[in-house]
Design a protein around this ligand. Structure first.
Ligand SMILES: Nc1ncnc2c1ncn2[C@@H]1O[C@H](COP(=O)(O)OP(=O)(O)OP(=O)(O)O)[C@@H](O)[C@H]1O
Length: 400
């Protein structure tokens, strides 16, 4: 016998009333996205849950892929058998052999298919006593706090037997809350911030500023790799590379070093604002946390934020670095983030950046930067790509 199904339950979705149907469709699409590396596996929506048919594929990698998908409350490995008592008994026994450490169990039969002739009470009894006989002395029944609850779910299409529930990623399906334009650097923080937003249903579209030849091709590949890592939590992600060399060198030449960082960030946000509006995106996000560095003080945020009246979401605002690092390790982005390739923000890194930059001073220095022209040129030079997933994601060689 072999595990042949995974039953997926969704939680918060249920709270969403009339959006439920839409959310279920999104969740199913996102599940199908992460299951693309398993061509034989199929996912279907039935009776308020999603049934994943393994079709002879090993359950472990499939379950691991599902564990990442936002919107899944929990899931269970399942065995499907014919609607016959003997098959149910053998199936329940098989499921219990998957839990060699269990000392107690119970059977919880549910008979959604009322034409099946044995009622759930009798099924509990008949299956329970069969299992007890097979495990003589090793297993006992405990109806209140069993180590394993064997659920026998009788449906018209067959009986699904599960033993154990695994926690899903919870949250909302990616895409259910609309789209956010996310500023993705190659660092530790911004991928974590993106993941948090995805968990609240946001579809993230990535914007990365790069400054060749100061930042190299490997830095670019790193950003693609981080994006690809994030596709495993939901769906394909659009990534835009904005050429920033000209703007940066110009700022470096024309602006006092204490305001370079501020003006550079204001240019980034100006460009992000325009791209978001062009693409009908309602919010911008980044990986800033309060007070970490000169560009992330309240005064700095205030001065930089002047460039947009779209909401700027900062999921990491109140998180300390240690927690962010632990989070990045957990979601699998940390190892890529710490690869030592330059980010454009560090290439002319001034040591005297203002921690309290002013809006009026910034506007004054921007008079020397040809803001309009530079923004237009940068936007015209954008390269965009769709990053679909670990199995199909392109490398730079294939792209440019
Ligand atoms: N080259 C870039 N392209 C796009 N966004 C960027 C870039 N550099 C920085 N950002 C955005 O600005 C935020 C703050 O960047 P900064 O380098 O000051 O801080 P950080 O704490 O090192 O962030 P991270 O770890 O995400 O790089 C980043 O989280 C990211 O959202």
């Amino acid at each position: 016998m072999k595990m042949d199904h995974i039953l997926v339950r969704y939680g918060e979705l249920a709270l969403k009333g009339k959006n439920r149907g839409h959310f279920e469709k999104l969740l199913l699409a996102n599940i199908r996205h992460v299951l693309k590396p398993f061509p034989k596996v199929q996912a279907k929506r039935t009776f308020g849950r999603i049934v994943v048919e393994l079709n002879s594929t090993d359950h472990e990698p499939v379950a691991a892929a599902l564990a990442n998908v936002f919107g899944i409350q929990s899931y269970s490995l399942a065995l499907r058998v014919e609607n016959e008592l003997e098959a149910m008994q053998k199936g329940a026994l098989f499921m219990l052999t998957q839990h060699p450490d269990a000392k107690t169990f119970k059977v919880s039969a549910r008979r959604a298919y009322k034409l099946f002739p044995i009622d759930s009470q009798s099924l509990n009894h008949k299956i329970g006593s069969y299992v007890l006989k097979a495990f003589t002395g090793e297993l006992a029944v405990d109806v209140h706090h069993p180590d394993v609850n064997v659920v026998v779910d009788v449906r018209e299409s067959g009986t699904y037997i599960t033993a154990g529930v695994y926690a899903g990623a919870k949250g909302l399906p990616v895409g259910s809350s609309g789209k956010v334009l996310h500023l993705l650097s190659g660092g530790i923080d911004s991928p974590v911030a993106a993941h948090m937003l995805m968990g609240r249903g946001a579809e993230v579209e990535m914007l990365h500023f790069h400054s060749p030849p100061y930042t190299n091709e490997r830095a670019k590949q790193k950003v693609i790799d981080l994006t690809r890592e994030l596709t495993k939590f939901g769906r394909t992600i659009t990534l835009h590379f904005v050429p920033f060399t000209d703007i940066q060198t110009h700022i470096h030449k024309e602006v006092p070093s204490s305001y370079e960082m501020t003006i550079m960030r204001r240019m980034m946000l100006r460009i992000a604002d325009r791209i978001a509006r062009e693409r009908g995106i309602l919010a911008i996000s980044n990986g800033e946390s309060l007070g970490q560095v000169a560009s992330q003080t309240l005064a700095s945020m205030n001065t930089i934020n002047e460039m947009t009246n779209l909401p700027v979401l900062r999921p990491l605002l109140a998180m300390d670095k240690e927690t962010t690092i632990a989070y990045a390790k957990r979601i699998g982005t940390y190892e890529t983030s710490i690869l030592p390739y330059e980010d454009c923000c560090t290439i002319f890194l001034p040591t005297d950046s203002k921690t309290k930059p002013k809006r009026d001073r910034s506007a004054h220095f921007e008079q020397y930067v040809q803001v309009e022209e530079k923004c237009r040129e940068a936007i015209a030079g954008i390269e965009s790509l769709e990053v679909t997933g670990a199995h199909t994601s392109p490398t730079l060689d294939q792209l440019f």
